[in-house]
Design a protein around this ligand. Structure first.
Ligand code: BGC
Length: 263
């Protein structure tokens, strides 16, 4: 659909499952050269399958292991990408983590685990990508997978909401710094999306019902809703979009409690 994605070199962090795995396939099917970053070898089987599917669809793909919270790993990820594919066009900060703990019970270690992956990880990934874009004088693209909780508070998830709120202002600030170089930096903020991880809660009838009440479109989203938005943002059709957040959430951020017309 987006023909200019063909042959583009795209790095996706956290590509071993969920939204990351789906985006890897979506870019691969558009014949991009995909670098699937995963932290550990736990996801090896899924990643191997993804790489095969991408190759079958006419794309190219490799796996590069690395921890988004480590500066040297993110530098290595970009280095390896350029070594294999000659350049870097698109970097997607997708790796994320969430853990419900009431604030008064949250240890510093709990807090840091989430903020390190979600916020520091996106910082290090973006920084490594920007350095590469500047060295090649390339109009590269960075997409962060944030969350509706970059704007909606989420009780028991203070580290998650704070990290995603941070990602929003980080993206806006970086975009302002590098827009003049033609580097486009934007966020996609998913709402309730069905993945391996969320299926447990969304398949529970009570939780599903409660969640659907928060979504004007009255449906749980699918990974392809996010992947399609990522393809669009990465493509030339989005060439004038800088420093923006696209909420892909069935309207969740649009005050659904007011749907009845009261108040
Ligand atoms: C979280 C999901 C949650 C959704 C809506 C996402 O950022 O990862 O677990 O269901 O926000 O609350």
């Amino acid at each position: 659909m987006f023909t200019d994605i063909e042959d583009k070199v795209v790095v996706i962090t956290g590509a071993g499952s969920g939204l990351g795995a789906d985006m890897a396939q979506a870019f691969g099917k558009s014949k991009a050269k995909v670098v699937l970053n995963v932290r550990s070898s736990n996801h090896d089987e899924v990643v191997k399958k993804s790489i095969q599917t991408i190759k079958d669809a006419g794309g190219e793909a490799i796996q590069v292991q690395g921890n988004v919270t480590k500066e040297e790993d993110m530098a290595h990820l970009v280095e390896e990408t350029v070594k294999q594919f000659g350049t870097l066009d698109i970097f997607i900060n997708n790796a994320g983590y969430e853990q419900p703990i009431p604030t008064h019970e949250m240890s510093l270690k709990d807090w840091q685990k989430v903020t390190d992956i979600n916020l520091t990880g996106a910082f290090l990934g973006s920084q490594a990508a920007i350095k590469q874009f500047l060295s090649e004088d390339k109009k590269g693209v960075i997409i962060n997978i944030s969350s509706v909780h970059d704007t909606i508070p989420w009780p028991n998830y203070v580290s998650y909401a704070a990290s995603k709120g941070g990602v929003k202002l980080m993206m806006e600030t970086m975009s302002m710094e590098y827009a003049q170089h033609g580097i486009r930096i934007n966020n996609i903020s998913p709402g309730a999306i069905m993945t391996e991880r969320t299926s447990e809660k969304f398949e529970d009838p009570e939780t599903r019902e409660e969640t659907l009440k928060m979504i004007p479109a009255r449906e749980i989203g699918e990974p392809h809703h996010i992947s399609n938005t990522a393809l669009f943002l990465a493509s030339d059709l989005a060439s004038y979009i800088h420093g923006t957040t696209i909420y892909v959430d069935g309207g969740m951020t649009n005050y659904p409690a007011f749907m009845g017309g009261k108040g």
